[in-house]
Write a protein that binds this ligand. Sequence first.
Ligand code: SAM
Length: 234
Amino acid sequence: MSDIKTTLQQDLPLLQLPLTEEAVEKLAAFGELVIEKNKVMNLTAITEPEAVAQLHLLDSLTLLKALPLKGKAVLDVGTGAGFPGVPLKIAEPDIRLTLLDSLQKRMNWLENEALPSLNVSARFLTGRAEDFAQTNRGLFDVVTSRAVARLNILCELCLPFVKKGGYFAAMKGEAAEEELLEARKAISILGGSFECIETYEIGGALHRIILIKKTDTTPPQYPRAYARIKQKPL
Ligand code: SAM
């Protein structure tokens, strides 16, 4: 049995998620594909099997505890090597998953190698979030994002995609509260409303999810060009 699978089986009870044996196998296989590809393409700094299981796979799955995702249209902004989107789709195949990233190489690997080999389906948007946001406004029930930008910037990239009544789920670490304070104004301008922070402990580390509900439409002038967002965050 692979080290990734062993760690998944040991730590999954912490999350109390009823995963099938097939899902656990596929999660482990995805982790192994990431480790293998990382030898020739820069995908992640996390390469130890146990850490891949805890910090990539199980961390991604905490979203299933925070929000009901079955049957939902989910967009993962800045998915990189596929986190959190791909583990979510493996664990909950009824998700209608879209992956978005500006790095062509990573998206090509996901679209043409990794996901076909696991028989996992998704839609792929290769390019910048702020560009796709214009043509995909209000289309998603849930938008997720991990390790892409500070929350005040991330809200402008992600909230335009969320439909009214849906959620933006930002995966953060220890600094979640501090980032939330900094992003209060942005959340309100962009049509969001802070709901709660969920905290999960895996392997001794705290994983935080900031849940923001979309309560109003985002004004049409947002998102602005990235240089402007960075230079003058809301
Ligand atoms: N979410 C993954 C994870 O947690 O492992 C990847 C994180 S990686 C540090 C950040 C990713 O966000 C990169 O793949 C980068 O190309 C992407 N990214 C950053 N800004 C972006 C933007 N404005 N539009 C699309 N992708 C973006």
